[in-house]
Design a protein around this ligand. Structure first.
Ligand SMILES: [Ca+2]
Ligand SMILES: [Ca+2]
Ligand SMILES: [Ca+2]
Length: 435
């Protein structure tokens, strides 16, 4: 009887420890990369425009420092006529900062170098080149683009994040005033002065409609208040979109067939009968979302004059950042972008985290840095923005809850203590009987 009681007490004491440990391994499959805790950030400014936006950059530096980053500014000049060599030189500087000073991320302001990648889907800009500090990039045919990206002695995943703020592709005559306006509204946002609606729009044209609920499921990590527009709910066409994109939204996730400068609306399988919207049509309306994720092919090809991504960023009085693609497609597996954003990570940190989706996702292992369909994904705008404060209440997926943590730390100590007490108790009893 007593033995059974002792066993019962033991089970009662051990069970929570075992269950809490198991729950970590079963339920807390990490869905976010751990951050390093070190936060070094560099602002690169094209030195031609740097003197004209000096006070804006100084304010921006202060805003980013308030986020906990240590910030350095480089005014960048490189007169090499070879774009690829300019990019290689910039990356050498970024890599040295990463190796010597633990760089976490960077923003490139004004006209700054970029590289092209060439594969079966064409030639397109690849900013992953500036994010991956230790993988091997190769250009075996010696032309103007990279054709190979492998782990080499490191890995293909990004070590740092990058964002770009450059209005030249949409208006090079008013470059300075567009930058000043951008940094003004960006500062207002950092200072908490921007009116927030705490909602998002998912605008999904017919080709992706059947997956609407799946895409929406990713957005639910970030917003409770989501307006889904697809052809079942409303007719998704150019007129409808122009009305929707000026309604009060904080975030817009947009799925429309596009090239670099135009949205094309499809009706079932009938191409473009639902109208088109050009970059110049977007320019004259004030689109509302502060943040956009454009699942719109080529829309963020920022080397193209009047590209949609850059237009959204600078022709609105509201927009602060645009996730998008320089090639076909865009961001898949958006949970790995939205979940860290929901947990208070910056846009840049969340962008970096997203590249690990093929490792982090327990089922789908497809859209990491070796997947050509996402190799052109970029972030236009300030990468140090956050959409949510870091919540002390909420336990991010992949991290331990205080109860789990305490059980894992205290559990074994408690267990050893209890067993020792029982052994002492049994020994004392035996001693009494022998006496
Ligand atoms: Ca090549
Ligand atoms: Ca790497
Ligand atoms: Ca449609």
């Amino acid at each position: 009887m007593k033995k059974a009681l002792t066993r019962g007490i033991l089970f009662f004491l051990i069970a929570p420890f075992i269950l809490s440990s198991m729950s970590y391994f079963v339920f807390c499959i990490p869905s976010m990369q751990q951050t390093t805790g070190v936060s070094n950030f560099i602002i690169y400014v094209n030195s031609t425009i740097a003197p004209s936006i000096q006070s804006e950059i100084a304010q921006y530096k202060t805003d980013v420092e308030a986020k906990g980053y240590t910030v350095k500014i480089y005014n960048w000049t490189d007169s090499n006529i070879d774009l690829m060599q300019r990019a290689v030189s910039l990356k050498a500087n970024i890599t040295a900062e990463y190796i010597n000073n633990g760089l976490n991320g960077t923003v490139l302001i004004g006209d700054m170098p970029y590289v092209f990648y060439e594969d079966g889907s064409g030639i397109y800009i690849c900013d992953l080149y500036f994010m991956d500090m230790d993988g091997t990039w190769d250009n075996p045919n010696g032309d103007l683009d990279f054709d190979s990206h492998i782990d080499g002695s490191g890995d293909m995943y990004p070590e740092i994040f990058i964002g770009r703020i450059n209005p030249r592709p949409v208006n090079n005559t008013h470059e300075v005033s567009l930058l000043q306006a951008y940094f003004q509204r960006n500062h207002e946002f950092h200072a908490g002065n921007t009116v927030m609606f705490n909602n998002s729009l998912m605008y999904i044209d017919d080709s992706w409609e059947v997956w609407s609920q799946g895409w929406k499921g990713d957005m639910e990590f970030l917003y409770d208040n989501i307006t889904l527009v697809n052809n079942t709910i409303e007719t998704t066409n150019s007129t409808n979109y122009m009305k929707e994109i000026i309604k009060p939204y904080d975030f817009g996730h947009i799925f429309i067939h596009s090239d670099s400068t135009t949205h094309y609306f499809i009706n079932g399988s009938l191409y473009w009968v639902d109208g088109t919207i050009s970059s110049s049509q977007l320019k004259i309306i004030d689109t509302t979302p502060k943040f956009l994720n454009l699942y719109c092919c080529y829309a963020s090809s920022f080397d193209v004059q009047d590209n949609l991504g850059t237009q959204y960023l600078f022709s609105s009085n509201n927009t602060l950042a645009v996730f998008g693609a320089t090639t076909s497609g865009g961001f898949q597996m958006n949970q790995y972008l939205y979940e860290p954003l929901a947990n208070g990570w910056t846009l840049g940190e969340s962008f970096r985290n997203w590249w690990f989706n093929d490792i982090l996702d327990p089922i789908v292992h497809t859209h990491g840095p070796s997947d050509p369909t996402v190799r052109g994904n970029v972030l236009l705008g300030d990468p140090c923005l956050t959409i949510r404060d870091i919540s002390e209440e909420e336990v991010p997926h992949g991290k331990l809850s205080p109860l789990e943590l305490s059980m894992i730390i205290v559990g074994p100590i408690l267990l050893v203590g209890i067993i020792s007490l029982i052994i002492v108790h049994v020994k004392n009893k035996k001693a009494k009987i022998n006496n």
